[in-house]
Design a protein around this ligand. Structure first.
Ligand code: GLN
Length: 491
């Protein structure tokens, strides 16, 4: 049942073939079978069941796709009265007195929150291995990572527990795990979805995003979530209001581009799937696919620029997590000692390392050389991308250079110089530096593991991203696919 898409589920509700209570019951039964994934922080079995019982009595509104939609929210969305930990020890017991705008929109439309999903602590990480609750496992192969930081949400959608889950994307945290888990991950134009009530990581890059298993569902949800919000100073009004209605795979007279240098760096078994898609896109007629050059030095700068800016912003936005303003307090002899002890006990090693680097980049003597320079290089990258979008409607990128890595490989990983120079795994950061819309969808299966393709357009051209993605989904033919229970090749 829960393998249905949002659209299918809605149809079943309208035709009374299913009730909200049945949806919730089956979703939790399914979740019970997937406990091994370790994807949740909080499961709201009682509350969700009670809400479903109430909704059983309410007539289904035919034009509300969110009605009785079961979903999980990444545990960095504040949920009033429900523990919100950001998968960090320092917020282990934090119960917000306010509700994020996004979860509130879902609540107003009678969606059913089943629980909160695990993330890399405070959104910092790309592996799904840095949550307080432990490693999140990839439903396609339990020995592999889901990617992060929205790891729990990605795993739950890929496993078929829910057709939709919320995430956040600062560097690639929705779009990378979507690729590793064989689902759709969408990060809209910066500002179009409110961030009120979402714990910040790096505010100039942070974006709410979400997972679905079909492109249609992604467009459906966006019509509800893209709302201007005066509680978020960076919120913007969407020009489009009917993303789903205007969704069409009839893409004509468009120019698609891909990066020549990144493409040739892909391993042969992955590259071949991109080549084949480009051939099929060209064969459509009306679409021209071109390999373009992008300054190599700017691509190599992606990771350092992202690290300096995001780590510096994180130190600043998390300064209130000190055991006094927010967070679990650990006693000490002085005000400073309380803060030091609380922060020492409250954060994991990845977060601490990032704060050290961020503070270093922000310190008076390094600021010009590091932080301000990173911001200048960011502008150069945005300028180069602006030129690309002047000439091309769509920019296609690989979501990663490999299928989801083995957990054991990541755990003992020490990167070599050459690996650090390989920017193919950092390309999705482009979408955050510029704030343009960016969607990952499945491209193929390699060794029984999914790989993704990432579709980008200029800021505010979110509709173009949906339409191109729908066309690619139709060409590829992978839609609403759920990982087999227990993983395919685990062991
Ligand atoms: N993987 C990136 C990181 O490690 C992205 C994180 C994010 O988007 N929240 O920071």
């Amino acid at each position: 049942m829960t393998y249905y898409s949002i659209k299918e589920l809605h149809q079943l509700l309208i035709t009374k073939k299913i009730t909200p209570s049945q949806i919730v019951k089956e979703a939790f039964a399914n979740l019970a079978k997937h406990q091994v994934l370790n994807a949740t922080v909080t499961e709201l079995t009682t509350a969700a069941t009670a809400l479903a019982l109430e909704l059983d009595q309410v007539p289904v509104s035919t034009n509300n796709y969110l009605f009785a939609l079961p979903y999980f929210a990444k545990d960095n969305f504040a949920t009033k009265g429900v523990k919100t930990t950001a998968s960090s020890k320092i917020l282990e017991n934090f119960v917000p007195t306010y509700e994020s705008t996004v979860t509130n929109i879902l609540k107003q439309n009678n969606s059913i929150l089943l629980g909160k999903s695990a993330l890399d602590e405070l959104g910092m990480g790309g592996h799904g291995l840095y949550a307080l609750t432990g490693d999140v496992l990839n439903p396609w192969d339990l020995t592999r990572i889901t990617g992060g930081s929205s790891s729990g949400s990605a795993a739950l959608v890929a496993a078929g527990v829910v057709p939709f889950a919320l995430g956040t994307d600062t560097g690639d945290s929705v779009r990378k795990p979507a690729g590793y888990c064989g689902i759709i991950g969408f990060k809209p134009t910066y500002g179009l979805i409110s961030r009120y009530g979402v714990f910040p990581y790096a505010p100039s890059l942070d974006t709410v995003g979400y997972f679905t298993r079909t492109v249609e569902d992604s467009a459906i949800v966006f019509d509800y979530l893209a709302q201007e919000d005066h509680q978020d100073a960076t919120s913007l009004k969407s020009k489009e209001q009917n993303y789903f209605k205007n969704l069409s795979s009839v893409v004509k007279n468009q120019k698609f581009a891909y990066l020549k240098n990144a493409h040739s760096a892909l391993p042969a078994e992955i590259k071949t799937h991109f080549d084949s898609l480009y051939t099929q896109l060209t064969a459509q007629g009306g679409i021209k696919v071109t390999a373009i050059d992008f300054p190599e030095d700017l691509l190599k700068a992606l990771l350092p620029v992202y690290m300096v800016i995001s780590f510096a912003e994180a130190v600043s936005s998390h300064s209130m997590l000190d055991g006094i303003n927010f967070g679990t307090r650990v006693d000490g002899d002085s005000y400073e000692a309380v803060m030091m002890n609380s922060r020492t006990a409250g954060f994991g090693h990845v977060v601490k390392r990032r704060y050290v680097i961020g503070s270093y980049a922000l310190s008076k003597e390094n600021q010009t050389l590091l932080f301000l320079k990173a911001k200048r290089v960011r502008q150069l990258i945005v300028d180069a991308l602006t030129t690309v979008f002047k000439d091309y409607d769509i920019l296609l990128l690989p979501t990663a250079s490999t299928v989801a890595p083995k957990i054991s490989d990541i755990k003992d990983q020490i990167l070599t110089e050459a690996e650090l120079e390989n920017y193919v795994d950092d390309l999705l950061v482009l979408g955050n530096l510029m704030g343009n819309p960016s969607l990952t969808l499945p491209l193929a299966f390699v060794d029984n593991m999914p790989i993704g393709i990432n579709v980008n357009a200029a800021p505010f051209a979110d509709q173009k991203v949906f339409n191109a993605s729908l066309l690619i989904e139709e060409i590829i033919g992978i839609k609403n696919r759920v990982a087999p229970e227990g993983g395919k090749n685990n062991g």
